[in-house]
Design a protein around this ligand. Sequence first.
Ligand code: HEC
Ligand code: HEC
Ligand code: HEC
Ligand code: HEC
Ligand code: HEC
Ligand code: HEC
Ligand code: HEC
Ligand code: HEC
Ligand code: HEC
Ligand code: HEC
Length: 346
Amino acid sequence: MRKNRPVTRLPFGAAPGFRPGLRAFWILMLCAATFCAMALAAPPAGQKQAATVPATVAPALPSGYVGSETCATCHEEVSKGFENNLHTKMALMHGSAGITCENCHGPGQAHVEGGGDVTKIFDPAKATPAQVNAKCLGCHAGTHPNFDRSPHAKAGLSCISCHSIHGAEVQKPLPASMNMLGAMSNARSAADKEMLLKAPQPQLCFQCHGDVKPQFGMPFHHKVNEGLVTCNDCHDVHGAFLPNNLKSTADQNMICTKCHTEVRGPFVFEHAPVKAEGCLSCHSPHGSQNPRMLNMPNINVLCLQCHSQQAADAVHGMSSPSSDSVPCTSCHTYIHGSNMNAAFLR
Ligand code: HEC
Ligand code: HEC
Ligand code: HEC
Ligand code: HEC
Ligand code: HEC
Ligand code: HEC
Ligand code: HEC
Ligand code: HEC
Ligand code: HEC
Ligand code: HEC
């Protein structure tokens, strides 16, 4: 049920999301290619060494920057743990200048010269949410342009409320054998690791949204806990234009009909509320006590909310159905719309 997610626009962004092994392979290939290119560009033996730096060599670090190798001399653990992090790709950008750490922590020279002066380095854990978001969005605004107006940002959350950059547990790629397994749960957790999430979904969300958790335990529910559907299929936690963080679409029902294509229409005979009020006029999106996740335990009561008993009596005559007779849908089967019959009988 998961769609391919957008990736940050980069030369390597095209690598398939679920195969870290393949990504690593391409990175290695690029390293090798760069190395070859540099070797080829080297002047033949015996020729006088040029005074200037050859163009193929990485440009010097901007002033104030020391490079990730220097950070590693004191932060060995963190640096080792970072080798598998998607953010190592940044080391390959900027002409392989290797300023990975300092892209997020800012120039580190003063910090290093101060022998690790903590006041001279940007530490996101101690910064305000706005500062953290600005730092991350410096690169990720392309995929998450609306974060600042999302309910999450307005509530004072930052990217690191949900993402952990150095959390060793969430950045280690799974062994290849585990990725080969088709099982949903594995694909899910592998994806969560790639997304550098603090906790796997949906637990991450339930940590703060405990109030909606019982809805997914109801007798009829979207199988989020079972890994079949994710919160993100319907919500964009990074911000959208609709209320409730709902993913915005040209047609509001698209949030539902991208999966439930059979009720999408258009139909020759539309049932007005499906298009007007939308799916939620009859269904509860998370879960419900009622079959088909309906808002009401009794289908006929649901229908009679909008269709008066008098009107029903008028069309059905003597044996007119009421709230406790056979369900209206036993005759009006195509309740979402029909191409054959104005009364949705077939
Ligand atoms: C993508 C942004 C990003 C990059 C790149 C990055 N860090 Fe961090 N770093 C963070 C954030 C955010 C925190 C705050 C804690 C957290 O959320 O994990 C942090 C925290 C730290 C801390 C404090 C950790 C602690 O356990 O108290 C150190 C030290 C550190 N980073 C060093 C590094 C080094 C060394 C590198 C390069 C190998 C690096 N960082 C690369 C974002 C980054
Ligand atoms: C000369 C050794 C040294 C080098 C080199 C070094 N650090 Fe540190 N760093 C330290 C020490 C010491 C601390 C304080 C550790 C502590 O309090 O646990 C520290 C703390 C930090 C913190 C946490 C700050 C805080 O608020 O607690 C971050 C982030 C950090 N370093 C990032 C970096 C980055 C990025 C680099 C490379 C640009 C780097 N460090 C290079 C020694 C160094
Ligand atoms: C200097 C640019 C830069 C900064 C700053 C930066 N990132 Fe990234 N980030 C990247 C790149 C490049 C990738 C790898 C992109 C890809 O795979 O498409 C990435 C990947 C990610 C991913 C995984 C995306 C995926 O496709 O699976 C997450 C999550 C993420 N970054 C969060 C953050 C957070 C949170 C911060 C701030 C603490 C941050 N980034 C800061 C450039 C950056
Ligand atoms: C409320 C929790 C939450 C917050 C806050 C949050 N994220 Fe995410 N982020 C997620 C989840 C969950 C996913 C995985 C989405 C999925 O499975 O499709 C994700 C995925 C991502 C990805 C990779 C996939 C993509 O859509 O690009 C990036 C990059 C990313 N987040 C960056 C950020 C940045 C930058 C911030 C801060 C401006 C941020 N996130 C704030 C929960 C959050
Ligand atoms: C660190 C706590 C935290 C985490 C983790 C978190 N949220 Fe939220 N979320 C909030 C807060 C605070 C708000 C704004 C206050 C509110 O409306 O409840 C919010 C708002 C929302 C809203 C909008 C509610 C409304 O009434 O408009 C949705 C939907 C939502 N979050 C979904 C998610 C999903 C899905 C996840 C997991 C990927 C998630 N959240 C993770 C704290 C969190
Ligand atoms: C099938 C689509 C769908 C899925 C999956 C889904 N939601 Fe929702 N969610 C909605 C819709 C639609 C609304 C708006 C409900 C309304 O307007 O009455 C909503 C409302 C919310 C709200 C705000 C209203 C409230 O009840 O407090 C929160 C918070 C929320 N969802 C969190 C989550 C979390 C967390 C998950 C995953 C565990 C999740 N949702 C999964 C569709 C979905
Ligand atoms: C990511 C795909 C996806 C999205 C988006 C989605 N659904 Fe579902 N929905 C499913 C799946 C899968 C099932 C079947 C679950 C099962 O087998 O129990 C289901 C079941 C249902 C059912 C019960 C069907 C039955 O036979 O009992 C209803 C009603 C429903 N969804 C309505 C909605 C509505 C309304 C929305 C939009 C708010 C929505 N769905 C969004 C995937 C999705
Ligand atoms: C006017 C009320 C109403 C609206 C609006 C509505 N539904 Fe339904 N839906 C029902 C009823 C009633 C049933 C149960 C039919 C039955 O029991 O035979 C149902 C059943 C379903 C089912 C179960 C499979 C099926 O076709 O019987 C799905 C899936 C579903 N609806 C999705 C949606 C989606 C998606 C939307 C929005 C595009 C939507 N519904 C809008 C009343 C409605
Ligand atoms: C949210 C309100 C609402 C609910 C709930 C609802 N309907 Fe409707 N229904 C309408 C509206 C509005 C029309 C269009 C009426 C018109 O054009 O005169 C309509 C049209 C119809 C029609 C086509 C006949 C006509 O008058 O155009 C039938 C048949 C029908 N509904 C049956 C049902 C049944 C059966 C249910 C319960 C499963 C149901 N409706 C639930 C609002 C609703
Ligand atoms: C025994 C089968 C049956 C049941 C049960 C039934 N209907 Fe009907 N309904 C019909 C038939 C047949 C028509 C007439 C269709 C026509 O004249 O084209 C009709 C017509 C209608 C119309 C008007 C359609 C139009 O085109 O003007 C509405 C509204 C309606 N029914 C609503 C309901 C509601 C609400 C219920 C449940 C309380 C219900 N029906 C239960 C068979 C049934």
